[in-house]
Design a protein around this ligand. Structure first.
Ligand code: HEM
Length: 531
């Protein structure tokens, strides 16, 4: 017997057995350790997550702010019924603010504010940047003057575009506005003729014609050519843009539906944007290639002229010009036409207000042969301005509010600590309807705006064009258009309200801009005898 061989075999077997034993032990120990470690890590993470959520919900800086319980954990914007029925998010914002007070919790990291002093602090004094809703809007074609959240980018863009909205330049745009207003009057006359009764009255959809007027004015001034909406009712540019507006609204008010709608309409949006860009580029190229002959005094020309700017940063590319002009079309048409439409509805609802306004307007002398009022004759009429202001207070275009994000730790109104990174829904509409600021806020009373009124307007709680660096660049433009169209309508026509239309006009919705739900408002109209 070979002892050495036997021993070696035994030894090697023993070694193998021991090795297997050790490996088994080590592995099983590791497995157990790993399992234990995994469990501990998962429990620690879950505890951290739950504790931090509970801390944020109840103890953190926003913990004491009242609001619907679920918004301590979920953002209001994601609540399933936010946009049900569509365009009604603003109703919910108002209800929460009324129920819980001037600061309300709207999410783990979001609040709503309607106190006039705090709104002025956020929008004007500290002028904090725009919130994530605007970043979502950029999915539809990139950052613009309106949607950028980047302060230096905004400052530079606003500086370059501002000359197009200066008082002096706006005066030079007036001939386009008056020319288009003349087309508007002719269109009304044609529509009256079509349905004329024996007493001379015919039915006119004043809401939609005001929309066509505003589109044609923006076409003339920002796109360099009219869209002929008042003649043909349709044009590729406004019709393709309005298709995108609903999606844009959801991106702002309800991100989940917004993303779904964007996915479904993605190819449509891409096609639309390409068509629009092409349309704009052709116009821009015609201007550039046409030299001095092709020059025209309009907003588009100011944007094109930036290409000669000394500083290369100030030169807008053809793409940027196309984007900004499309923005003017969106921001500058329905905003103005709906406000004018609401003013006309308010005048028909309150015949004594219409009578007082007519008295003021009829007292403005016209030159021999002058067909339409010029802005110069209207800008200081106190009652006309009062009617417009009271309309903007009660039927505010921005009923959905404007959003900001704190970019530093702040103390709101000297009493509420709000850390950096909180989304703030600035509920300017709620401030404009607050009985503490406005006695009988639901009553249409232009008298509040007149000097010496016994219920004076609280101008500190009035934000129709917002305030601060992100206020409306087009407010001067809008005021000219609104004064000219309302004054000329009141001077030239008698109105007869249609009861069903009046009732229907109380149904509202807001897709970015506030509007009557039916997007239509008919009244009987006839030319006044004395004019
Ligand atoms: C009655 C008519 C109008 C009302 C009530 C109105 C209201 C507003 C409001 C509230 C804002 C601030 C929005 C925000 O912070 O989210 C705004 C911004 C803006 N509006 Fe208007 N607007 C009107 C007419 C116009 C017109 C006619 C134009 C252009 C032709 C225009 C162009 C803009 C632009 C470009 C901005 C963004 C400005 C910036 O961020 O620097 N708006 N408007």
């Amino acid at each position: 017997m070979d002892i050495t061989k036997l021993d070696l075999a035994t030894v090697s077997q023993k070694i193998e057995t021991s090795a297997n034993y050790i490996i088994d032990r080590v592995l099983s120990a590791n497995r157990q350790d790993a399992e234990k470690l995994g469990k501990v890590a998962a429990i620690t993470l879950a505890t951290y997550f739950v504790t931090s959520k509970l801390y944020d919900a109840f103890v953190g800086p926003l913990g004491s702010i009242p609001g619907p319980f679920m918004f301590k954990f979920f953002p209001a914007r994601y609540s399933w019924n936010m946009e049900s029925p569509p365009g009604s998010a603003y109703v919910k914002f108002q209800a929460w603010q009324s129920k819980y007070g001037d600061v309300v919790r709207l999410g783990p990291n979001a609040i709503g504010v309607s106190d006039k002093h705090v709104l002025r602090q956020i929008l004007f004094k500290e002028d904090i940047p725009k919130g994530p809703a605007y970043e979502r809007l950029q999915r539809q074609g990139g950052a613009t003057l309106f949607s950028t959240v980047d302060k230096p980018f905004h400052k530079q863009r606003r500086r370059v575009i501002s000359p197009a909205f200066s008082v002096k330049y706006l005066n030079s745009l007036e001939p386009y506005m008056l020319g288009t207003t003349e087309n508007f009057i002719q269109r009304i006359d044609r529509d009256i003729e079509k349905t004329k009764r024996d007493d001379g009255y015919g039915k006119v959809d004043i809401w939609i014609l005001l929309q066509y007027l505003a589109l044609d004015i923006i076409g003339e001034t920002a796109f360099g050519q009219t869209f002929h909406m008042l003649e043909d009712n349709d044009h590729i540019v406004p019709s393709t843009i309005s298709r995108n507006m609903e999606t844009a609204n959801y991106l702002v008010t309800h991100p989940i539906s917004g993303v779904i709608k964007t996915l479904f309409s993605f190819s449509d949006i891409v096609k639309t944007n390409l068509k629009l860009k092409q349309f704009m580029k052709n116009i821009i190229m015609e201007r550039l290639e046409g030299g001095e002959k092709a020059r025209r005094d309009d907003i588009l020309q100011i944007l094109i002229d930036t290409q000669q700017a000394h500083d290369s940063e100030d030169r807008l590319t053809a793409d940027a010009i196309a984007q900004e002009t499309v923005l003017f079309l969106i921001a500058g048409s329905e905003t103005t036409s709906n406000t004018t439409g609401f003013a006309m509805i308010n005048l028909l609802k309150h015949p004594h207000v219409l009578a007082t306004l007519r008295e003021e307007i009829d007292s403005v002398p016209m030159e021999e042969g002058q067909k339409l009022f010029k802005h110069e004759q209207l800008k200081n009429l106190p009652y006309l301005n009062a009617v417009i202001n009271e309309t903007m207070r009660m039927d505010s275009i921005a009923v959905n509010g404007v959003e900001r994000t704190t970019d530093h730790d702040m103390v709101f109104g000297g009493r509420l600590f709000v850390p950096k990174g909180v989304v703030v829904h600035c509920n300017i509409y709620h401030a404009q309807m607050n009985p503490e600021y406005w006695p009988e806020p639901n009553k249409f009373k232009p008298e509040r705006w007149l000097e010496g009124s016994n219920i004076p307007a609280d101008t500190e709680a009035f934000f129709p064009f917002s305030i601060g660096s992100r206020n409306c660049i087009g407010k001067g433009f809008a005021q000219i258009e609104m004064r000219v169209s309302i004054a000329n309508l009141v001077r030239l026509y008698d109105f007869e309200a249609i009861p069903e239309e009046m009732k229907q006009s109380d149904e509202r919705r807001s897709f970015i801009t506030f509007a009557v739900k039916s997007n239509s408002f008919n009244a009987y109209m006839k030319h006044r005898q004395q004019h």
